[in-house]
Design a protein around this ligand. Structure first.
Ligand code: SF4
Ligand code: SF4
Ligand code: FES
Length: 326
């Protein structure tokens, strides 16, 4: 089988030096791309053959160190893992290469990740266990107990999810998906015997797990399949189970969501807003509510929400999968 011929692709690359530049520029580099090339090959080619002043980070070249994460056409990728042909299929032959976070750019594709590490430290991303000075045996962990970590330990701290999260983009206090995944990883570890300190850290209003808007972007971009939103949902449950949940709009939203499905077999959108918001807060959703009613996505009469004809089955499902103290 003959190899596919190379294709000429224009890479429009973000250039900026925080020490000397007021605004960034974009420089176009035309490169012949083969079907085997990953984005890091292109950056290396540009630096070695076309423009030695281009700066970017790379180390392992095997998707392990997490340092080469950047954005192509706005989507976070690992440069050493992302095949260019696949990008061409999606975006065509003009690709824009930018740092993970433009506002944190220091030199070209290199960013200042300090906020990422500060957030990471907030969740105590380490095992907190009492260990004897001279233990006689290893602390055995069964395969089933390892499975409880849900592969959260696959995270390579690349920051792709953190710098793609819309909640974090508008709220600098939000701890972010990578740190939550790390918090879950140690909270779920049977050897960890920290009380509620870690859960209290992720349970804060304005910065904690309740400010996630469940857009799924973190799951979408993660190159290691960590699925941070799944870990955030687990932390919600852990907070409830530990009896730490406070009565606020986010926890009321979770409570009503479950109750609505258990009661009607479906989500009662209007009731959800009324219960979660309480008082006057619900009036700010009036316009969207009317639009939803017009499109048949919400019920006018919250006292007469239609029920599924499989209620017995649904109730059993909800009861069997719910361990949280709501
Ligand atoms: S699901 Fe939540 S944490 Fe993940 S990107 Fe969206 S808002 Fe951020
Ligand atoms: S969860 Fe995934 S995307 Fe986020 S930092 Fe870890 S490896 Fe990167
Ligand atoms: S260079 Fe290490 S993950 Fe890409």
């Amino acid at each position: 089988m003959s190899a596919r011929p190379s294709r000429k692709v224009t890479f429009k690359v973000f250039r900026f030096n925080a020490e000397t530049d007021y605004l960034p520029t974009y420089i176009n580099y035309d490169v012949d791309v083969t079907h085997e090339n990953v984005v890091l090959d292109i950056l290396t080619h540009i630096k070695n053959e076309m423009d030695g002043s281009l700066s970017y980070r790379r180390s392992c070249r095997h998707g392990i160190c997490g340092i080469c994460s950047i954005k192509v056409n706005g989507k976070a990728i690992l440069a050493c893992k992302q095949n260019v042909d696949q990008l061409i299929e999606t975006y065509g032959t003009e690709l824009t290469i930018e740092p993970l976070s433009i506002k944190r750019a220091m030199k070209d594709l290199i960013i200042d990740k300090e906020d990422f590490w500060v957030k990471h430290a907030m969740v105590k991303p380490y095992l907190d266990a009492d260990v004897e000075d001279k233990p006689e045996n290893e602390h055995f962990v069964t395969p089933a107990q390892v499975d409880q970590l849900l592969e959260a330990d696959y995270c390579i701290q690349c920051g792709a999810c953190h710098y793609s999260c819309p909640s974090l983009e508008i709220n600098e206090q939000f701890i972010g998906p990578a740190a939550f995944a790390a918090g879950f990883r140690f909270q779920a570890d049977v050897r960890d015997n920290q009380d509620n300190e870690r859960l209290n850290a992720v349970n804060q209003e304005g910065s904690g797990v309740w400010d996630c808007v469940k857009c799924m972007e973190c799951a979408e971009v993660c190159p290691k399949g960590v699925n941070p939103i799944e870990k955030i949902t687990k932390l919600h449950n852990m907070v409830f189970e530990a009896g730490l949940a406070k009565n606020n709009i986010a926890t009321r939203h979770a409570v009503y969501f479950k109750d609505s499905v258990r009661k009607h077999g479906q989500l009662d959108e209007a009731g959800l807003v009324i219960y979660s918001e309480k008082g006057y807060g619900m009036y700010k959703h009036m316009k969207v509510g009317m639009q939803m009613i017009a499109k048949g996505k919400a019920h006018v009469n919250i006292f007469n929400v239609p029920k599924s004809d499989k209620m017995d089955e649904i109730k059993k499902l909800v009861d069997s999968c719910s361990t949280a103290k709501f």
